[in-house]
Each structure stands twice: as C-alpha cells, then as structure tokens.
Write a protein that binds this ligand. Structure first.
Ligand SMILES: [Zn+2]
Length: 336
C-alpha cells in the first residue's frame, strides 16, 4: 500500500514537472526518454569505444533521449552509430505509426515539415526491414541514425510536433547541437547545476566516443537540436549559457536555417546522402557475363568480380565493408 502510493506520488510529481516546463515557457518540454526515472549509469562498448550511458530496464539511453545498443547486443553485421554513418539510402526514410498513438497529426505534421525543408522523403513502410515506428512512450526519444531494423520514436502525450521534428532529427542522424566538438567556443556547460547522473548528457560526441562531424560552421542557437539553458537543471540555475554568461531560449518550432543547411550536406539533393555503396549498381543477372572489376548487388550486398570469383564488398545501405560470416556468397550461384 505504501509502496503504491509512493509510486503514484512520483508519477504525479514527474507529470507536474513536465507540465510546468510547458506552461511557464521557461523551457520547452525537454526530450527525455524516461522522465520518471533516473537509470543506472553503466559503461558499455559502443563502436568499440567505452561510453557511459543510462540503463533503464532493458534500454540504454544516451543524452536523455537517444537509444543506443551496446556492441555486444548488435547483430553481427550491424553498422556503427552516429552522424557520419547510418544514413538512410536514397534519401528515403520508411516509417509506420502505431494505430493507437494519440494525436497522430504530430507525426504527419512533423514529417510534412521535414519533407518541405529537406530532400528527404518519408514513405509509409510496407515490408521494409529498416523503418521508424512512431509509438506511445513515457517520454520523447529516438535512436540516432538508421539502425537497420525497426527503430522506435517514442512519443508521450506531452511531446509536441516540434519535439517530434527533433526526434526525427535524431533518427536521420543528428546529434544534439551542444554535442558539437567545437561547442566550447560558443557555450559553457555549468556542470554544477546539472542533475546528478545527467552530466554525461552534456558531453560532446567525441567525449562520448562516437562518430560525428560538423556540417555547419558554428553552433546554431536556433537549432531545434539544441538543449535550452535550463535543461536537466537540478537547482533552477542554467546548465548551458552563452560564452558571455547569458541564457538563451531554445526553440522547438521547426528546423532552423542551420539545421536545413547541415541536413543538405548529409542528405544532398542528388540522393547521395545515403553513402550507399550499392547506389547505381545493377543486381547480378545469371544471363550476363562479367569481367574482373565489375560490380553487382546480390541479396542486399555489393560484390566485385575478380579473376577467380566474386568478392563481397559490403552491405547495401551503408558505406561499410562486410566483415562477418554467414553472409550471402555469390560464388555459390554464379559461375561468371
Ligand atoms: Zn534529443
């Protein structure tokens, strides 16, 4: 009995905190995967690097709202995480929406905003393996970049269209703007004001040990991916300030000019943003003869003809080489 009421109280307090943030306008609803819960800090291997993340239940959460999967839990041919990899091939993002998700206009409006301002196209999933699944969750959260399977964007009722635009930003590969490796030129992180166990949310992607790059010249205070000055504050004092000490208001209305500029580098209008090694390569055909150096696709992988057979180069939809076993072998079926 006591336990139940204690739990209820926690939930109520948490909801109140979120509502206050929304109502006061001091900060927008900060995207947090599990606003009720502070998980256990654990160190995992991510792309071969040791990274500190929060473990909540079975999920590993980095920087408050980004799901990550430790290396040892990934399928063998999985791709690395971050902004320089895991792009969506051919500028095409597949998605589906949980039928019971309330206020689905948040999703369709957010997608319309992305399509109107970038060269990305969002297509309702039919049988694709890799797709975003918008569903009800206890906060707002997303994976960063294309995972290769079903990847959830969790949306609590308090997550707005703007929050959804932000989470889609993660899903197509954007880090938080304050995670730029040059961010210290523009902002100061007040670690003493940050909630305990949340400090790692304010590390750069370099400090987190994960791949990334800067696609614009400077930190963009208008970015929809930037935390506000009071994000994860423990004491009402700012956690992020400009170099001159002043606070700023982050926005969750839409992509900024800087966001759009960065995305246009990651996903250029020619559709080359996928870094897809199979792009423009024809599937293998049994009725065609091939010369050494010729390349084909076969069962989702890129192969190159050599003098003695076929060499598997890597998996379509990535820029990475294949290195694992139990993959399709064109030599099994092709004699030329
Ligand atoms: Zn985020």
């Amino acid at each position: 009995m006591t336990f139940t009421s204690c739990e209820d109280e926690q939930l109520d307090n948490s909801q109140e905190q979120l509502d206050n943030q929304l109502v006061t306008g001091k900060d927008f609803l900060q995207e947090v995967a599990y606003p009720d819960t502070t998980g256990k800090l654990v160190t995992i291997q991510l792309n071969g690097e040791s990274v500190e993340v929060e473990k909540i239940g079975d999920e590993y959460i980095m920087q408050g709202d980004m799901h990550v999967i430790p290396d040892d839990m990934l399928p063998k041919d999985a791709k690395s995480t971050g902004r320089t990899t895991r792009r969506w091939p051919n500028n095409t993002v597949y998605y589906d929406i949980q039928s019971s998700l309330p206020n689905q206009a948040r999703v369709t409006n957010a997608i319309a905003h992305w399509e109107a301002n970038t060269d990305l196209t969002f297509v309702r999933r039919t049988n694709q393996t890799a797709y975003i699944y918008f569903r009800t969750g206890s906060g707002c959260s997303s994976s960063v970049g294309r995972t290769g399977g079903r990847q959830n964007i969790n949306l609590a009722n308090g997550c707005s269209t703007g929050n959804t635009i932000h989470e889609i930003g993660h899903a197509v590969g954007l880090w938080h703007e304050q995670s730029r490796k040059d961010r210290d030129q523009y902002i100061t992180i007040n670690f003493q004001n940050i909630q305990s166990n949340r400090a790692f949310n304010f590390q750069t992607y370099v400090q987190q040990g994960i791949d990334g790059d800067e696609y614009t010249n400077a930190l963009d205070f208008n970015s929809i991916m930037l935390y506000g000055s009071f994000a994860f504050s423990a004491n009402g004092q700012p956690t992020i300030v400009r170099k001159n000490g002043s606070t700023y208001n982050a926005q969750r209305n839409g992509l900024s000019a800087g966001d759009i500029s960065g995305i246009s580098v990651m996903y250029p209008g020619n559709g080359g943003g996928g870094n897809d090694i199979c792009e423009g390569v024809a599937p293998w055909s049994s009725s065609q003869s091939y010369q050494p150096g010729d390349r084909v696709t076969y069962r989702g992988y890129l192969f190159e003809r050599t003098t003695s057979g076929w060499t598997r180069i890597g998996q379509c939809g990535t820029s990475k080489s294949a290195s694992t076993q139990d993959l399709p072998d064109l030599n099994d079926v092709a004699k030329n």
